[in-house]
Design a protein around this ligand. Structure first.
Ligand code: GLC
Length: 805
């Protein structure tokens, strides 16, 4: 069964059936102000930090049919009462004549028809604003006049998202609302917890007179809340209660009489939900956004933002679903992970201290936005470097509002190390990618403090970006175990394998190799011979250790435990082979050619499925505290033998590095969410974004996806496709052209912006090879090699590439 379709021209996915297997969402705004909206109009909105400053209460665990955060009721006057319904389907669940949810770039637009009324509601955050707009148009489709009222509703949370749920004494005693009336019947409901009354208020208002309001949920639902969101009792009365919440569950509901709509007539109502220091501070902006022209302008500014961002890379390949992902949805998801890391989604709830901005996560998210959003990428890199410690390791995560770091889940186990062995190494990849994309080498000399502070909050030590990178490498250089391989710490990239102290990680060994290669390339570009030599020596030493100790005969092992026993070896009963030690041995260049091919073939034979490559096999079957979180999952789920999707693009890159274009593309295609559009009853999640995980073939629900949106899959799938399959990668001296495609392809086109010039690249493949560049012509002139030079001239340059042997 299908639940919707891709409209690439409008750059939307259109949901046509509201009964999707799980809620499908879309992000609006940014981390500065925004959140997500689900396809039935529910929303969670936060400012700057989902845990510490949340505005709207959204409870993901409620049944799909329930009210979550925000909704809109419409009602039509009938003989003896009102027909009340929500144009969002939820929470009233009336039968609809038409329902569409347009999942757009930074907006959600729900178009629906019920009882002769058509509603079109566009929900977004205008660029740079701390307000959510709901632009509501109601049209009378029937052949008689209809008397229509519109009642938008928001339910607030205490800004401290955790205390909202853990303290039902303190939180409700502090929550208050009050009404501010202005000329012409305009009403604004102000809301705050008492301690913020004089410093930070939420506001909800509209651009039409409201005749009555409610801010106390009990009064709105009625009958001591035996009235329900599906049938608020007060909506059967001509007016709301005008209730002021002095405590308790605060809402903002405003009743607007839109009047009698003649057949064919439309009325427009614009609501705003925002936050400011006070009503007075909010008032000018509020007044501005009551104007339809200002709102229209804001919506076109939003479209312009996306036009410019997406224009950085546009492709035309023979695969329409690949085009749809690469031109629209995948970079869109990358912008989302850049903002929200793994903090706020339908699955990662952003409540309390369990998450924040992840150091390793964001360092990887940055990688795929640098062509389109270099400044945003740079400012995130700066923040990340500020939570790196003096010894080179990094805080695992931090709160964006306070910049306070934490050691994350490692704190749950006193007996285990409280650092992750991989975190700090990822920042080397982020910084060098930024340098290659922008050429901004001066960044290396920028001075940034390390994390540690004195009692009054002054940094204990600062260093240049170059120092930070050196410290990162030095930490891993020192922190090695019995085989000379990096110690695991609490975990490496795989958060859930938490072995007793003394274990070693092959993942971190390979990531260290990749980071060293980056440093070698940088030092070469800067002409620093001594640094090249030193890093090369470290690289060769680690490569030798990996090959001496970790080759298991047909693949590389994944860990050594504190007793020197391998995990991810044919000797093991469970977790015999892991994907990452194969792909990363190729990414690092540690695997010699024969082992590289062998390792990837073993991965293919043992781990590949029709729904993606599994992280490991066979799954552990039973909880084992010595191994940690991985054994809390049943076999086939998440890190325990599931298809943990983040790992798949690494396999794609590894295959492309070995020239296996058909297999690289097969792996790409088999996880392309757009290809799941006609398998939703199995897949369940949004077909327009990558999920974090898909249940593996050891699980009875093989193929079921969960944890959509916030996953490193977004950044790496984009990178795998654009830089390794299409093979267009920034290097210090230009754009490297190195495609690795299916041999059937005749060619493809890429338009790419790079260092202030546009490149129109046309690749042809007359001999039907997978890899190999025979000639490159730039503006008609042949260039030696396959690197297109930097022009930086604001012009457009044509690049003709012929593949061949
Ligand atoms: C989650 C975490 C990420 C980790 C991955 C694998 O996605 O956010 O940091 O690498 O799980 O355990």
């Amino acid at each position: 069964m299908q639940y919707g379709y891709f409209d690439d021209e409008k750059r939307e996915y259109v949901i046509t059936n509201p009964r999707t297997p799980v809620k499908w969402i879309n992000y609006i705004g940014t981390l500065a102000f925004g959140g997500f909206v689900d396809h039935t109009g529910g929303a969670v909105i936060c400012r700057q930090d989902p845990s510490l400053n949340r505005i709207v209460k959204y409870i993901p665990q409620l049944p799909a049919s329930d009210f979550r955060g925000e909704t809109l009721y419409l009602r039509v006057k009938q003989a003896g009462g009102y027909k009340v319904f929500s144009p969002f389907f939820v929470p009233t669940l009336d039968p609809y004549d038409r329902y569409e949810c347009h999942v757009g770039l930074g907006y959600m637009r729900i178009v629906s028809e019920f009882y002769g009324l058509r509603a079109e509601v566009t929900i977004y955050v205008p660029p740079g604003e701390a307000r959510e707009i709901r632009d509501i148009c109601v049209a009378n489709l029937s052949d008689k006049p209809l008397e229509v009222d519109a009642i938008p509703v928001v339910e607030y949370t205490h800004p401290d998202s955790l205390r909202q749920f853990t303290n039902a004494d303190w939180a409700p005693q502090t929550m208050q609302s009050r009404l501010v009336e202005e000329a012409g019947g305009l009403k604004t409901l102000i809301q705050y917890p008492f301690m913020f009354r004089d410093s930070q208020i939420n506001f909800f208002t509209s651009n039409r007179p409201a005749s009555s309001f409610d801010s106390d949920r009990v009064q709105f639902l009625g009958d001591h809340e035996y009235g329900a969101w599906a049938r608020p009792l007060r909506l059967q009365q001509p007016e709301l209660n005008n209730s002021t919440a002095h405590r308790g569950d605060n809402i903002a509901a405003l009743l607007h009489h839109l009047g009698a709509l003649a057949p064919g007539e439309t009325r427009r109502l614009i609501t705003q939900l925002g936050q400011d220091a006070s009503f007075a501070a909010a008032r000018p902006g509020m007044a501005r956004f009551r104007s339809e022209a200002v709102v229209d302008q804001a919506f076109s500014d939003l479209a312009r933002f996306w036009d410019e961002y997406l224009a950085a890379i546009q492709v035309e390949t023979p695969d329409a679903m690949m085009n749809s992902m690469l031109n629209i949805h995948n970079p869109r998801q990358c912008q989302t992970t850049l903002n929200w890391s793994r903090y706020l989604s339908l699955y990662q709830l952003g409540i309390g201290g369990s998450r924040g901005i992840g150091f390793r996560d964001s360092s990887q998210d940055v990688l795929s936005v640098l062509a389109g959003l270099p400044q945003e990428g740079l400012s995130l890199i700066r923040k990340l470097l500020q939570v790196q410690k003096r010894d080179g390791s990094a805080m695992h995560q931090f709160n964006p509002l306070t910049m306070a770091g934490s050691e994350g889940d490692s704190l749950e186990r006193e007996d285990r190390p409280h650092y992750y062995s991989d975190d700090h190494l990822w920042i080397v990849l982020a910084v060098t990618e930024y340098l290659k994309e922008t050429g901004d080498l001066a960044f290396l000399d920028e001075v940034i403090p390390y994390y540690e502070r004195d009692k009054v909050g002054r940094p204990l030590e600062t260093g240049t970006v170059r120092d930070h990178l050196q410290q990162a490498l030095a930490f891993t250089h020192r922190d090695v175990g019995a085989h000379g391989l990096p110690r695991l710490g609490f975990a490496d990239w795989n958060d859930t394998v938490n072995l007793p102290a003394g274990a070693e990680s092959l993942f971190t060994a390979n990531l260290y190799g990749v980071a060293l290669r980056e440093m070698i390339e940088l030092a070469q570009h800067l002409g620093q011979a001594a640094a090249v030599q030193a890093y090369t020596a470290d690289y060769e030493a680690m490569k030798a250790r990996v090959n001496e100790h970790a080759w298991d005969g047909e693949w590389y092992v994944r860990y050594f435990d504190a007793d020197g026993e391998p995990l991810g070896s044919r000797k093991n009963t469970h977790g015999q082979i892991h994907i990452n030690s194969q792909s990363w041995a190729v990414l690092s260049g540690f695997a010699p050619p024969e082992r590289a091919r062998r390792a990837l073939d073993s991965m293919n034979q043992r781990l590949n499925t029709s729904r993606g490559i599994k992280i490991s096999t066979p799954g552990f079957n039973g909880f084992d505290p010595a191994r940690g979180g991985v054994t809390t999952y049943p076999p086939g789920a998440k890190e325990n033998g599931g298809i943990f999707l983040h790992t798949n693009p690494w396999a794609i890159i590894a295959e492309a590095m070995l020239g296996a274009g058909n297999r690289a593309y097969q792996y790409y295609h088999q996880i392309n969410p757009a290809a799941k559009n006609d398998k939703i009853d199995e897949f369940q999640c949004e077909p327009y974004v990558y999920p974090q995980n898909i249940l593996g073939d050891e699980h009875p629900q093989f193929g079921l996806a969960r944890n959509s949106w916030l996953t490193g899959t977004a950044s790496w799938a984009y990178r795998a496709a654009t830089q390794y399959i299409l093979g267009i990668r920034p290097v210090y001296t230009g754009l490297q052209i190195d495609p690795c495609i299916p041999d059937q392809w005749e060619g493809f086109r890429v338009r790419r912006k790079f260092r202030k010039a546009a490149y129109h690249i046309h690749v042809t493949n007359p001999l039907h090879v997978c890899r190999g560049v025979k000639s490159v012509r730039v503006d008609g002139n042949k260039v030696a090699g396959a690197i297109v030079p930097v022009f930086g001239d604001g012009g457009t340059h044509t690049v003709e590439v012929v593949m061949g042997i």
